[in-house]
Every structure is written in structure tokens, then in C-alpha cells.
Design a protein around this ligand. Structure first.
Ligand SMILES: Cc1cc2nc3c(=O)[nH]c(=O)nc-3n(C[C@H](O)[C@H](O)[C@H](O)COP(=O)(O)OP(=O)(O)OC[C@H]3O[C@@H](n4cnc5c(N)ncnc54)[C@H](O)[C@@H]3O)c2cc1C
Length: 364
């Protein structure tokens, strides 16, 4: 990535999820002066703030997206190819992000199979490597059972969101990124820039550009500035189930809207529930596990021991399409409302923010 140091800007990024970290990292790589402000995930402020990134399963669904054109399709394609580039770049700098290549969408009924096969034909016509796996082929991969076949996408996959955030943080710090661990309380307009007031700093942070990427909290931070962007919390619960050994599956599996993600050393991540609001309903976990057990070759899942349960909040925009990538006024960008695909869309969101900032420098 070519730094643009001679035309650098100062930027404060508010938020500590994957979207904020990817944006801060990319801006830092491009030679801007970046300060990222967010509560320490382990600190006393963490309970008050809501993060989806720490809860996410990291499934990247770009090629198997049902639409083939429009903004959502373009963002997904851009992001998938940026993830491939960035993973390579970060690995070369000692910050690897574990990635499982491929995604297998299993069809339960004939109608599912027909829909998925039609998608495969469309993607093949676009030159994308999606293939149809017959039940016999699934059986060879440890997925024998009541399935009408499956759509395999070689370029989609799954990455570890915590490792990705850690990679952005570590490589960003190495390049001069400033991290401030505190909750932002207020944003204030200044001539030619912004002042950001934090929970504990004696001194406010100042910058020419302000990027608000604080997930659900973005709404309350922007409201006093006259920007109403309502966001609805949608809670998701996940389970880690024990397995006797590492699963022989070729890649993560999607069954009936559930993601089944084999863990490299054994175990399986299963999720996620979709619960409007911010209160977890524990009664949804047993049915989720039983639904997963109806996947081909997964009967044993119904009795599997739960090693771990966790939850997180997604930010769903009200009355606007996800995600919200908006220049709200000079020097102010909003990156939020990623709802169910923030891990996938973090790179395209970060790139969009960088383009906005650099376009303004070019116009000077
Ligand atoms: C259970 C679950 C599973 C998911 N699985 C997937 C998946 O497989 N693939 C996928 O692509 N997406 C998935 N998602 C969605 C994805 O997690 C989100 O879209 C994504 O994490 C959004 O990232 P974000 O950085 O915008 O927000 P968040 O991760 O919510 O981060 C918000 C950040 O803002 C900080 N903050 C809050 N208030 C303040 C404040 N006042 N000042 C400063 N900072 C503040 C928080 O501390 C946090 O760090 C899943 C989500 C959930 C809940």
C-alpha cells in the first residue's frame, strides 16, 4: 500500500470493533495520523458498550449472496478480495489471521436445491468457482444424511474475528496508530475539524476528520449533532460444542440458516440466533442445537456437550439499507449499521472511508 504522507490528514476513529479497527489500520497504512478511541474490551467501561465483533463467527458470505448486482453485491465482492490481500499482507508482517477457505450451503428440500443450483449456474456464468455437490460426494466428507446436495463456494470462507482485530491493532500500533482506551461521551464541531470528549481523558482529542464506527452507540453519539440514524439491536447467541476429534468436513457448513464452523483443533462453533432487542432468550439454545443436529451427518450434535455460550449485538439500521456508510457533513463519516455482515464488510467499509478522506485532500 503506497503511503500518501505528504498529503496526510489527522483522523479520530471512534469505536473498537472490526469496522473501526480495519479503518484505523488502513488509514495508518496510508500515512494519515490516526487516533482510535474505544473502551478497553476488558476494562470497566466494556459492560456498558455493545460489541458485535467479539461475538461474531466470522463467516464471509460474498459469492453465495442471493443478489448479483447493486451496492450490497459490490461491497461484498470488494470486501472478499480485500480480505484475501490483507490477510496475506498482515501474515507477512507477523500478524496472521486464521482462515478456513470454502463454504458449503446444504439443501434440505428440493426447492432449496433448485434455488442453490440456479445460483451456481449464475455464478458460473460470471466466472466464479461455485460447484454443486451431490449427496454421494457429501457423504465422502462426513456429511451423509437427509440432504438434497450442497452448493460449495471455494472463495467464501471463515476467519477468526478476534484474531483479525488483534492483527489490525498490533500492526497499526507498529505503524504509529494511537490507541486511547476510553468511552467517547461527546463530539464537538470545531472550525476546520472536530473535538472528541472522552470519559476519562483530561484533554479532548482534536482532528480534521472524525470517523464514527461505534456500532449501536453511533446513534447516541450523532444525535446531538442533528444526525438521526436509528439503529435497532438484534441479539445473537452462539455455542461452542465439544467434538470427539477434529471434524473431517472440507469447510464450514450452512444448514437452515445456521452456521456450523469446525474449529481447527476440535470443537464446533454454532450460531447464531436472531433476537430483536438486547435481552438473550436462553430457551432458544436447545432448539438451535436440535436444528443443527438435523444437518446431514450431525445427529450426534443433539447430545454434544456445550463448552461455551456467548452473545453479542448487531446494529440494524431502521428505514435504511445496511450498512450505513455516509458522509454526514464536512469532515464527519459514519460507518455503522452492518447488521449481520460486519466482519465480511469491514474492509470495503474501511476503503470507502479512506477514499472519502483522500478525495477531499486531492480537491484542496
Ligand atoms: C452472534 C453474532 C454472529 C455474527 N456472525 C457474523 C459472521 O459470521 N459474519 C459477519 O460478517 N458478521 C457477523 N456478525 C455481525 C458482525 O459481528 C457485526 O456486523 C460487526 O461486528 C459490526 O462491527 P462494528 O465494528 O460496526 O461494531 P461492534 O463490533 O459492535 O463495535 C462497536 C464498538 O464501539 C465501541 N463503543 C461503543 N460505545 C462507544 C463509545 N461511546 N465510545 C467509543 N467506543 C464505543 C464498542 O466498545 C465496540 O468496540 C455477527 C454478529 C453476532 C452478534
Amino acid at each position: 500500500m503506497t503511503p500518501i504522507a505528504e498529503r496526510a490528514s489527522s483522523v479520530v476513529v471512534v469505536g473498537g470493533g472490526i469496522v473501526a479497527l480495519a479503518t484505523a489500520w488502513l488509514l495508518q497504512c496510508r500515512g494519515h495520523r490516526v487516533r482510535l478511541i474505544a473502551p478497553d474490551a476488558q476494562g470497566p467501561d466494556a459492560g456498558e458498550c455493545r460489541s458485535g465483533s467479539a461475538a461474531a463467527l466470522g463467516v464471509l458470505m460474498a459469492q453465495v449472496f442471493q443478489r448479483s448486482r447493486g451496492r450490497a453485491w459490490r461491497l461484498r465482492q470488494t470486501s472478499l478480495s480485500l480480505w484475501a490481500q490483507w490477510r496475506q499482507e498482515l501474515a507477512g508482517r507477523g500478524c496472521p489471521i486464521p482462515f478456513q477457505a470454502g463454504l458449503l450451503l446444504l439443501a434440505r428440500e428440493t426447492a432449496d436445491a433448485e434455488r442453490l443450483q440456479q445460483l451456481q449456474e449464475e455464478r458460473q456464468a460470471q466466472g466464479l468457482p461455485l460447484s454443486w455437490w451431490e449427496p454421494a460426494q457429501l457423504e465422502e466428507q462426513g456429511l451423509a444424511g437427509a440432504s438434497q446436495g450442497g452448493l460449495h463456494s471455494a472463495l467464501d470462507g471463515q476467519l477468526d474475528p478476534l484474531a483479525a482485530m488483534d492483527a489490525f491493532r498490533r500492526d497499526g500500533l507498529r505503524q504509529g496508530l494511537e490507541l486511547v482506551n476510553e468511552r467517547v461521551l461527546a463530539l464537538e464541531r470545531q472550525p476546520g475539524g472536530w473535538r472528541v470528549h472522552g470519559h476519562s481523558s483530561a484533554q479532548a482529542s482534536e482532528a480534521a476528520w472524525l470517523v464514527v464506527a461505534a456500532g449501536l452507540a453511533s446513534e447516541e453519539l450523532l444525535d446531538p449533532l442533528g444526525h438521526q440514524r436509528p439503529l435497532q439491536p438484534v441479539l445473537g447467541q452462539c455455542l461452542e460444542l465439544a467434538t470427539a476429534a477434529a471434524l473431517p468436513w472440507p469447510c464450514p457448513v450452512v444448514w437452515q440458516g445456521l452456521n456450523l464452523v469446525p474449529r481447527p483443533g476440535g470443537g464446533l462453533w454454532l450460531g447464531a440466533t436472531l433476537e430483536p432487542g438486547d435481552q438473550a432468550d436462553l430457551d432458544l439454545l436447545e432448539p438451535m442445537q436440535q436444528l443443527a443436529a438435523t444437518a446431514p451427518g450431525c445427529g450426534w450434535l443433539g447430545e454434544a456437550t456445550v463448552n461455551h455460550r456467548w452473545q453479542g449485538l448487531r446494529a440494524r439500521p431502521v428505514g435504511r439499507p445496511a450498512p450505513l456508510l455516509e458522509p454526514l457533513e464536512p469532515g464527519l463519516l459514519l460507518l455503522s449499521g452492518h447488521y449481520r455482515n460486519g466482519v465480511l464488510l469491514a474492509p470495503a467499509s474501511a476503503q470507502w472511508a479512506v477514499e472519502q478522506i483522500e478525495a477531499s485532500l486531492t480537491c484542496r
